[in-house]
Ligand binder design. Sequence first.
Ligand SMILES: NC(=O)c1ccc[n+]([C@@H]2O[C@H](COP(=O)([O-])OP(=O)(O)OC[C@H]3O[C@@H](n4cnc5c(N)ncnc54)[C@H](O)[C@@H]3O)[C@@H](O)[C@H]2O)c1
Length: 418
Amino acid sequence: MSSRTKPSGLTVAVLGADGYIGWPMAMHLSRQGHRVVAVDNLARRRWDREGGTYSLVPIATMARRVARWRQLTGREIIWRRADMRDFRAVDALMAEFRPQAVIHFAEQRSAPFSMIDRAHAVLTQENNVVGTLNLLFAIRDQVPDCHLIKLGTMGEYGTPNIDIEEGYLEIEHNGRRDRLPFPKVAGSFYHLSKVHDSNNIYFATRAWGVRATDLNQGVVYGVDTEDTVLHPELSTRFDFDSIWGTALNRFCAQAAVGEPLTVYGKGGQTRGFLDLRDTMACITLALHNPAERGECRVFNQFTEQFSVRELAALVAKVRESHGLKTEISHLPNPRVELEEHYYNAKHQHLLDLGLEPHYLADTLLESVIARVESLRDRVDRVLLEAPSVSWKRGGNEIWERYSGQGVSSDPVKGALAG
Ligand SMILES: NC(=O)c1ccc[n+]([C@@H]2O[C@H](COP(=O)([O-])OP(=O)(O)OC[C@H]3O[C@@H](n4cnc5c(N)ncnc54)[C@H](O)[C@@H]3O)[C@@H](O)[C@H]2O)c1
């Protein structure tokens, strides 16, 4: 991969650094010589404990991770526990470290979680929208030249019957032309929180001259980067349950314990996907080629499109080519979404900056299947049962079954001590 410029020594705040993407990102930037401030409120570990979910790959505490990273590489990642909803904490972080860039992952990121009930919808939108607003004000007041790189999602766009552009649409209406934000018809209260964030960020770029890159990211897969493989305590999380796991991760877990892959509805739901290593590369490209003051740049961050049906077929094909038997079955869809639709989303900007993608068909075995197979004794089948949150009725059978009674299994079962 080539990037136009390769600065090092930037101070970069990684918000949500205890998460699936945030932790490998913190290491990736530290390896490149940037001064990394890793921030998280550990909410995700709490939501796991409350719901009886856990990472299939054992994960170490943040304290252990940064200590192990320092011991193996001699590099320092500065770890701070802080909640994005706490404006004083966010403002103080910006004032203390004066980052040149902030990479913002720190949000509640599960659509089913946001659809459980009113409380979870409110929690999601409050957590995400207030956190991002706090950050925008702190950037305005403390570090106005700082580049905000914000993780949005391709799900903000929904599934329109036209091509999806990268953030903006040139339109002609009643004889007049304009370039306007692409219409967004999101499919859950989580996805809507990202739409609200995008509007707030766009406004802050116009009103205050904030420089921003809004990354509409596809579904990320894989757990290994050149840094996570250095030591088990540097691993990142792998979610496979029906609240936090992606369809691909769930399929691989189902197959590993000998259950059929369960496709919701007809399985024609099509989405963008990318390898975790490409996420690292895309965000680094955005960091090294920053937005201008007052610019709100939007990149569609994915490399390939698949329908759920195609994903299941690909998992089955790759497994079968290695002698692993796999069945596919269909379940009623708990979501309200189109099950067959047109989908053609542009994703040129990051390729123009030099991204060289990995492709799922080439890496599925090593990036997901083999890892899940090696951990299949840790798969709790309860978490693979029929979809637990209905978009129409809400509710979460797993939540209801276990709340107040402990959890289905130790959520940090086998987690590395520390
Ligand atoms: N994983 C994907 O496939 C995917 C796809 C598209 C977009 N995204 C976006 O990328 C970002 C990272 O996703 P992920 O999969 O790493 O999620 P994750 O849940 O693994 O990590 C998010 C982290 O943010 C932290 N966090 C949440 N609210 C916080 C708050 N108020 N203050 C401080 N920390 C807080 C959590 O504790 C968690 O460690 C999210 O914003 C998500 O919406 C992810």
